[in-house]
Design a protein around this ligand. Sequence first.
Ligand SMILES: [Zn+2]
Length: 216
Amino acid sequence: MRPVKLLLDLLYPPKCPFCGRVLERGEEGWCAACQRDLPWTEPGEGKTVEGCALCLSPLWYKDGVRDGVRRYKFGGGRGHAALFGELMAQCLQDRWDGPVDLVAWVPLHPKRKKKRGYDQAELLARRVGELSGLPAEPALEKIRATAVQSQAGENEARRANVQGAYRALPGLDLTGKRVVLVDDVATSGATLAQCAAALREAGAETVVGLTLARAR
Ligand SMILES: [Zn+2]
């Protein structure tokens, strides 16, 4: 082990992003208990999202997964993108056999990105692209700030909340492209549906949603 890494590990012992426990010797990235016990989805349990051929997620959004996403988004845990993106890339590889040209993501509003310091979906998309050998490029922009979707209430309210909030980047031509659309969590699917519509309007032939977790 390099001395610098050894020192950093002593000062900031690496923790499991899901349960927060300090990792034991031999555990890399996440703990053995979470690897075994997290609420994994089955291959047939993809979510139906309007405008998406399929929406894939390796995990259900509950228990430790919910805590992990919270740490990632609000606890400054941007480093968790490495592991989360790896789980998503694996899920895509296992469950989608169609061709893909591009990895895009559901963008934060620029103001929120500035406040948080990073765009959580962008980091996941870039990691998925890196591991899958696909380009990850900005394709969408958020043109209207919205209430936080997790506080927007029922499905109807969620749809109304994101209506017209996203569009493809001006001048972007996605004619014939097969796009993977990344976000952290799929709840009602309203945000993904809006973004898929914007991608298809720009010419995308197929959109496949990919999130770390999905709500039941
Ligand atoms: Zn754990």
